[in-house]
Design a protein around this ligand. Structure first.
Ligand code: SF4
Length: 237
């Protein structure tokens, strides 16, 4: 699916966040269009009639804004990104995340990158030399047929594992964000061993993807019992 893409001028790009002190979102909207995406509330802040996943606003002035904002704001950890994937396919062309990363690293701001895409490897040259950077790959299941049901437009699981492996071997601190824990997540413990410094886990605790669970007879995977069973090995990892 080709999204509607608009180039926009943002007013600010370094925003306060409840997860880390700051967050940078170079895009509004996300081509990955995960069925459960918690960030779909962002549609309200756009003028797009298209559903979530079918539009992206590209903040083409994000690097110049960030360069000015890092001079004025208090230095603390920046999350890249919170409500879009910073390495969604458009980033290969626009390179906004790369430019923002360069600015943050040059100015010694700690950075936590979070993505579902191996495109992050393009920026290994910056990540490897940075003093305070960690990179997380969001991986919700080890079963790529389940991934196709819930994250049809996001990169395959094997590519994300390969990205973690390569980053970790290059000396970058890495983590896996397994949230929401989907059916097949129990297979991730073996795949992640030796490739991450830590793992973050959370269960499906919102309802956007209920239809997908119902249509495929996966309702059991919404229970607390499933969550504790599926994450047993991961918690020991
Ligand atoms: S990659 Fe993240 S922001 Fe993008 S659609 Fe999926 S959950 Fe939402």
């Amino acid at each position: 699916m080709t999204p509607t893409v608009r180039e926009v001028q943002a007013k600010s790009v370094l925003s306060k966040s409840k997860i880390y002190p700051w967050v940078v979102n170079p895009y509004t909207g996300c081509e990955h269009a995960c069925t459960y995406c918690y960030a779909r509330f962002m549609k309200r802040f756009s003028s797009h009639p298209e559903p979530w996943g079918e539009f992206v606003d590209v903040k083409v002035n994000a690097p110049s804004l960030l360069r000015a904002e890092v001079r004025k704001k208090r230095r603390a950890t920046v999350w890249v990104s919170g409500v879009c994937d910073p390495y969604q396919p458009l980033e290969a062309h626009y390179r906004l995340t790369r430019q923002c990363l360069e600015i943050l690293v040059e100015n010694r701001w700690p950075v936590v990158v979070q993505t579902r895409s191996p495109l992050v490897l393009r920026d290994l040259d910056i990540l490897r030399d940075a003093r305070d950077v960690e990179v997380g790959l969001s991986i919700t299941t080890a079963d790529d047929s389940i991934r196709e049901l819930f994250e049809p437009c996001a990169p395959p699981i094997a590519e994300r594992i390969r990205a973690l492996d390569e980053l970790h071997r290059a000396g970058v601190r890495t983590y896996a964000m397994i949230a929401p824990v989907l059916p097949g997540a129990e297979g991730l413990a073996d795949l992640l061993r030796g490739k991450v410094d830590y793992v973050l886990l959370d269960r499906m605790n919102y309802h956007y993807a209920d239809r997908v669970y119902r249509e495929h007879g996966l309702e059991d995977a919404l229970t607390a019992e499933f969550y504790y069973r599926a994450t047993q090995d991961l918690r020991s990892l």
